[in-house]
Ligand binder design. Sequence first.
Ligand SMILES: *[C@@H]1O[C@H](CO)[C@@H](O)[C@H](O)[C@H]1NC(C)=O
Ligand SMILES: *[C@@H]1O[C@H](CO)[C@@H](O)[C@H](O)[C@H]1NC(C)=O
Ligand SMILES: *[C@@H]1O[C@H](CO)[C@@H](O)[C@H](O)[C@H]1NC(C)=O
Ligand SMILES: *[C@@H]1O[C@H](CO)[C@@H](O)[C@H](O)[C@H]1NC(C)=O
Ligand SMILES: *[C@@H]1O[C@H](CO)[C@@H](O)[C@H](O)[C@H]1NC(C)=O
Ligand SMILES: *[C@@H]1O[C@H](CO)[C@@H](O)[C@H](O)[C@H]1NC(C)=O
Ligand SMILES: *[C@@H]1O[C@H](CO)[C@@H](O)[C@H](O)[C@H]1NC(C)=O
Length: 447
Amino acid sequence: MRWSWLVALVAATFWRGVLCASLSTAEASNVKARLAEAAQESWELGTREQTLLETDATVYSVFSDQSLPPPSTVPDNMTDALAPVLSLAQEIVANRSASNHNISGAQPLMADGSAADPASNGVAVLIAGWTGQGDADGLNYTGAATDQLDFLLNNVSRSSDGAISHRVSQTQLWSDFVYMVPPFLAYYGVLTENETLVAEAYNQIKLYRDNLRDTNANNLWQHVVLGGSGTDSGHWSTGNGWAAAGMLRVYATIQKSQYESTFSSELQDLASWAVEIQKAMYNVVDKTYIFRNYADNESTFYDCSSTALMAYTVYRLYTVTGDTSYIRQAERSRQALYASGVTSTYSLSASSTSTSTASASASTSTSPSTSGYKHFTSDGWLTPVVNPHSYGLEGSESAEAQAFVLLMQSAYEEWVADGSQGSGALQLRVSVWGVLLALLAGVVGLL
Ligand SMILES: *[C@@H]1O[C@H](CO)[C@@H](O)[C@H](O)[C@H]1NC(C)=O
Ligand SMILES: *[C@@H]1O[C@H](CO)[C@@H](O)[C@H](O)[C@H]1NC(C)=O
Ligand SMILES: *[C@@H]1O[C@H](CO)[C@@H](O)[C@H](O)[C@H]1NC(C)=O
Ligand SMILES: *[C@@H]1O[C@H](CO)[C@@H](O)[C@H](O)[C@H]1NC(C)=O
Ligand SMILES: *[C@@H]1O[C@H](CO)[C@@H](O)[C@H](O)[C@H]1NC(C)=O
Ligand SMILES: *[C@@H]1O[C@H](CO)[C@@H](O)[C@H](O)[C@H]1NC(C)=O
Ligand SMILES: *[C@@H]1O[C@H](CO)[C@@H](O)[C@H](O)[C@H]1NC(C)=O
């Protein structure tokens, strides 16, 4: 009796130490405040919107357990959570004409040279239209989404096999596209009951996989192919994560919609392609469980940003399909990201060091601290990370990295709430240690 009680007690203590290292609510809001400050570029805004939907305005996330379409009247308890998403949509739609020289008809939501990135704001704009924000402020949200759709479908150039270009100026395919465009196409299709668009969301992912998957590298995805300049045949870790995460958003959009049974084989493909990326990626991670900026290139720096994004895709895949293939690897990455210690120092250019110092002093007065973590600065920046505006370089203060932490954290919490399925080997390891410790405690107790 006494022994089994001890075993349980000690195992539980040890268990908490090993598995529950996690951000507190205050620390997560610190990370979130830095995300709000840093997100400026089109895809950063789109990624921030998606993060706020998944972590706060959950009824409007495709990963909620509610079916689509979402409520057209915002529930009282979602008003505050949805407000920052709606306000971004408002700013973007209000700025659209200035951004596009007052043209009418087909046009991107923002003009920044990327054909794909502005469309990452499309889901937020659709939600604004769906919930009738235009009635209050006079903006044409649904029309703006339609113009963005038409621009993608009719104005942007395509590869010979039909993949929509990631760039406006030349036909070029970037792995990032999978997060920026197909989730918008699928959501648009579901809200307007347009099955063709849902099929196109799937089709674009298929075409991107055909072009970017590197069968000579165990199915890691290349970063940028086609086009005259700026190709990148390396296996950029964040790009692999964008692709897997985009697949899962499209998966969940279809799964929650009226098209679930029509697209059952496409759903199977999407899930298996996401696992394919996880398999390729975790196959090359070293014992730190932090990815290199280019997953299979040991000469490149360690990047916590893609590490958080990849772990996110693993918990997310679990919440949509129940697949636990890479849960143990994701747990190791998550624990590595949340390791305690002195914040890693790494090479920074003089200018980014001064930015970092400036914002640190600006923010410490208003935000709780994230101190004591090896991979977070005290004001909540994940580190070290790839420069989000120059993918070959190490940087600091990455908006997308902040988003990936929050996405990982919330999907992780859903996985835990569902019983931490698939952490079997860890459980075994923990309980072996628990038994040993209990034996020791028992012996000490007898003396
Ligand atoms: C919001 O309210 C609805 C009922 O109106 C309830 O089902 C739901 O759980 C609430 N959500 C949150 C996040 O409190
Ligand atoms: C909208 O335009 C204003 C004024 O030019 C600018 O300050 C703001 O950053 C823009 N917002 C977005 C989301 O582009
Ligand atoms: C767009 O239209 C507004 C008002 O109609 C005008 O003030 C502005 O100069 C126009 N901008 C461009 C780039 O044509
Ligand atoms: C909203 O925008 C769409 C797409 O450009 C356009 O067809 C429609 O006429 C606009 N609606 C209003 C009320 O301006
Ligand atoms: C999109 O294509 C249409 C039809 O070819 C053209 O009239 C329009 O100017 C194009 N819009 C942009 C923003 O390129
Ligand atoms: C679906 O969307 C496409 C692209 O906008 C459009 O051409 C087509 O007519 C739509 N189909 C239906 C049934 O509305
Ligand atoms: C690995 O990265 C280094 C440093 O960026 C680069 O010089 C090298 O070409 C890369 N190797 C491969 C095989 O891509």
